[in-house]
Design a protein around this ligand. Structure first.
Ligand code: SIN
Length: 299
């Protein structure tokens, strides 16, 4: 197992905070109540949060009145941050923050409006996909706008033994371009990618079953958004297997549905879960700020 994220201690000792981690009933996710992320975390508090993140895969920090700079600072305690290939939706002055929003100003989208339209693990199309992502609610719609998470350890563990053995020796290709034209057809504001952007998102190959670098647990690591083919299998056989795995891995039994509340900051582990934006009515504004932490090369 690789080392845990660099738990860089803050310069000055910070006071411990009185907070609770509570399982969200009947799900793998947990809420963190009473922790103020605007304050630097003591090393002990950081360790508790880190442990809870590994155990629950999705943490919901309630009531966070946090600035983008503070979100960036907290995210960085887990590792270096990744800049999304869609530079157009970086927050001004804070390039590590990606704006996820359906809002248009003067006819122009202010954020990536269709982020999460298909199940995925963030940046799985990179050599080093994301360790985890943090999404902080800025403007929430009166209805809709939920985010779904699916536990890929549970999905792997529930596979029949023969299928587990089969998929454990396979690798698959992941590509940012897999659904890009389909998304452009739905959202014409999506720009054609420049050659420099295309070079940034060349397809990569990852194991179909990855081992979590910190817990050692196995998880399925394929998704309908970015996984294009199984390496070494005939195309029709590979596509049939992928379709079977996509359907299996996102069954309701493995999912948690997050209904956003004002001030929520949700931090998920991309090595353990897939996620999906469940959809927002077009006329209801929704805006969230995302930071994305770099992880290990999947093994
Ligand atoms: C994402 O996939 O990062 C966005 C999820 C959401 O908007 O709910």
């Amino acid at each position: 197992m690789s080392a845990s994220p660099s738990i860089a201690p803050s310069d000055a000792p910070s006071a411990a905070q009185d907070f609770q981690v509570r399982s969200l009933a009947g799900t793998f996710a947990a809420e963190v109540v009473g922790l103020d992320l605007t304050k630097p975390l003591s090393d002990d508090d950081f360790k508790r949060v880190h442990r809870a993140h590994l155990d629950h895969h999705v943490l919901v920090f309630r009531d966070q009145q946090i600035t983008p700079a503070q979100q960036v600072a907290f995210s960085r305690r887990f590792g270096p941050l990744q800049i999304h290939v869609q530079r157009k939706f970086q927050l001004a002055g804070q390039p590590e923050v990606l704006i996820v929003s359906n809002i248009k100003e003067k006819g122009e989208p202010i954020g990536l409006g269709d982020a999460g339209a298909f199940w995925h693990s963030d940046l799985s199309y990179k050599e080093r996909p994301s360790l985890g992502s943090l999404l902080h609610a800025q403007i929430l719609p009166a209805e809709g706008g939920d985010t779904l998470f699916a536990d890929q350890h549970a999905a792997y563990e529930a596979l029949p033994e023969t299928l587990k053995a089969t998929v454990s020796s396979l690798s698959a290709e992941h590509s940012y371009l897999a659904k890009y034209e389909e998304l452009r057809a739905r959202s014409p504001w999506r720009p054609a990618l420049t050659q420099a952007q295309l070079d940034e998102v060349r397809p990569v190959v990852h194991p179909v079953v990855r081992t979590h670098p910190e817990t050692g647990r196995k998880a399925l690591f394929v998704s309908e958004h970015f996984t294009t083919r199984i390496v070494g299998l005939p195309e029709d056989e590979g596509q049939a297997l992928l379709a079977q795995l996509f359907a299996h891995s996102t069954q309701p039994a493995f999912t948690y549905r997050h209904e956003w509340k004002p001030g929520d900051m949700v931090f998920w582990d991309n090595r353990s879960v897939l996620h999906l934006a469940a959809g927002t009515p077009d006329h209801l504004p929704r805006k969230l700020y995302r930071t994305t932490i770099e992880g290990d090369q999947p093994l």
